[in-house]
Ligand binder design. Structure first.
Ligand SMILES: [Zn+2]
Length: 132
């Protein structure tokens, strides 16, 4: 029998626990272990960070400007908790209404909210006040 895929937020929580453990493992050996072991521990942290981003951005379209896969983050501190999706390659640009658009969306309460806003394209992206 095929195993049911866990709900997204449970998979995310699992990945975050793994990431915390992987970071601790890395910090425990970073100054003492042979370079090859330190690199393996560091690679594991990077893999888990990428897996977390992939989990958050499930269903997100590639960036409409550069066609790269967008990056997903969970903000857990400060005023703006929630999920954020953005392009790491594109810079802010001036939109038709002269506002400056950041190629990212912020503060989706759930990953799917941020994905939905991201998929709307620049019209829905985070904007700054009009310039000049
Ligand atoms: Zn881009």
């Amino acid at each position: 029998m095929k195993e049911e895929k866990k709900p997204q937020l449970e998979r995310l929580a699992d990945l975050k626990s793994e990431l915390i453990a992987a970071r601790e493992a890395y910090l425990a050996i970073v100054h003492t272990a042979p370079a090859v072991e330190v690199k393996a521990a560091s690679d594991k942290v990077k893999r888990l960070q990428a897996a977390i981003s992939d989990c958050i951005t499930e269903g997100a379209k590639p960036c409409p400007m550069c066609h790269n896969t967008p990056h997903g983050m969970q903000q857990t501190e400060g005023k703006y908790i929630g999920f954020e999706i953005g392009c790491l390659h594109c810079r802010p640009f001036k939109w038709a209404d002269r506002t400056v658009r950041e190629p990212r969306v912020r503060r989706g309460l759930l990953p799917r909210h941020a994905v939905e806003a991201w998929n709307e394209g620049p019209a829905a992206w985070w904007q700054r006040p009009k310039e000049g």
